[in-house]
Design a protein around this ligand. Structure first.
Ligand SMILES: Cc1ncc(COP(=O)(O)O)c(C=O)c1O
Length: 397
């Protein structure tokens, strides 16, 4: 095909990405979720999914989704404010509010859209946002979309976050925004200190618990519970059903005024078709399982701690101390890519994470453990990791 100048420019940019070791591509797996999948006809051990509790293939989610599709429809037909709002949505939102001990909750099509909605639906041009440097891309995009004044503090530096909050202009709504568990490092935000800073400076604290809901805290309520905090009026909790909860859909839980403001002004809630019945019913079923099957969380903790110990024994330095997100820092993007490819040759899937997903010079393999893994799976992964590290000359320690 003849390349137009615009297509030629795109080709050049793609070639530059390739040369920098930053090209990405799509792998088509022959089944979703689960620990073992088929890829190009081979059986592969998955060590990178966010299905922390192993719920993606739980029969209760499938049954709930199927029944809702058969009785209520495959689609919702319109946005929530037109004709797409179903009793199923209202029931789920009541359950989310109960689960998170919040006054109210709002369900979004995805966690990405929940983050876009909560930040840009609450804050506008005249407002002020203080944001952690390693926040997820959806929060970064949300800050940009809001057009508020945005100040970024070094990762986890709650003292600097407080200083920046103190500089907010009078009359501005102040938001302090952080991941609860950081997606690429697996570490926790210093929530008690951040909440204290938010209170002192009359701000709302928005916590994205995408990777903590279902996993962290005694009863899986997330990082707020883990830190022993009780939900309070200044706390706005975001979460997703797409990770530990095995399905799809985001949510915001918090004070009535917060949820009411989002119904009026969150564009990613207003201007999109309502989540369809199957998705909503599966989400509701997953919330029930977090309470009914606590063994999943316990097993996840046990396996994560064991796997972390074994990796440290092999000489790897881990970026966080606990939890199922276990990044192996490589540094160079070409070497990280080579390590991911070597692992795949040995039957283990854990693609390299490279810029802009992580800061330059910190490319890594982001390994994850799930409650669906068994010790034998992790032993297989360890053997493959040790072999791959040797093949790509990865310096350990
Ligand atoms: C921290 C964090 N927040 C939000 C999201 C978006 O969630 P979802 O996949 O449901 O859109 C992700 C991952 O995709 C994430 O890692």
């Amino acid at each position: 095909m003849n390349q137009t100048p615009a297509l030629r420019l795109l080709s050049q940019r793609l070639a530059e990405k390739r040369a920098q070791g930053l090209e990405r591509w799509l792998l088509a797996l022959e089944s979703a979720g689960g620990v073992r999948v088929r890829l190009d006809g081979r059986e592969i051990l998955v060590m990178a999914s966010n299905d922390y509790l192993g719920l993606t293939r739980h029969p209760r989610l499938a049954e709930a989704a199927l029944e809702a599709v058969l009785t209520t429809g495959a689609g919702s037909g319109a946005s929530r404010l037109v004709t797409g709002n179903l009793t199923l949505h209202a029931e789920l939102e009541r359950e989310i509010a109960r689960f998170k001990h919040a006054e109210a909750a709002l369900f979004f099509c995805t966690g990405y859209m929940a983050n876009l909605g909560v930040v840009s639906g609450l804050a506008g041009r005249e407002d002020y946002i203080v944001s952690d440097a390693l926040n997820h891309a959806s929060l970064i995009d949300a800050c940009r979309l809001s057009r508020a004044q945005v100040r970024v503090y070094p990762h986890g530096d709650w003292e600097e976050a407080g200083r920046l909050l103190a500089e907010a202009p009078g009359g501005a709504l102040r938001l302090l925004v952080t991941d609860g568990v950081f997606s690429m490092d697996g570490d926790l935000a210093p929530l008690p200190q951040l909440l204290d800073a938010a209170r002192r400076h009359l701000a709302l604290l928005v916590v994205d618990d995408a990777h903590a809901t279902g996993v962290w805290g005694e009863s899986g309520r997330g990082s707020v519970e883990h830190h022993g905090l009780t939900p309070s009026p200044e706390l706005v909790m975001v979460g997703t059903f797409s990770k530990a909860l095995g399905g799809l859909g985001g949510f915001v839980a918090g004070a009535n005024e917060v949820v009411a403001s989002l119904v009026q002004g969150a564009r990613s809630f207003l201007y999109t078709t309502a989540p369809p019945p199957g998705q909503v019913a599966a989400a509701n079923a997953a919330l029930g399982l977090v309470d009914e099957e606590p063994w999943r969380r316990e097993k996840l903790r046990r396996l994560s701690a064991w796997f972390r110990g074994e990796l440290t024994g092999l000489g790897f330095t881990l970026l966080s101390e606990a939890g199922p997100i276990i990044p192996l820092l490589v540094g160079d993007s070409h070497q990280a890519l080579a390590m991911g490819q070597a692992l795949l040759r040995h039957g283990v899937l854990a693609p390299a994470m490279r810029p802009p997903t992580v800061p330059a010079g910190t490319s890594r393999l982001r390994l994850t453990v799930t409650a669906a893994h068994e010790t034998g799976d992790l032993e297989q992964a360890l053997e493959a990791i040790a072999r791959a590290a040797k093949e790509v000359d990865l310096e350990l320690g």
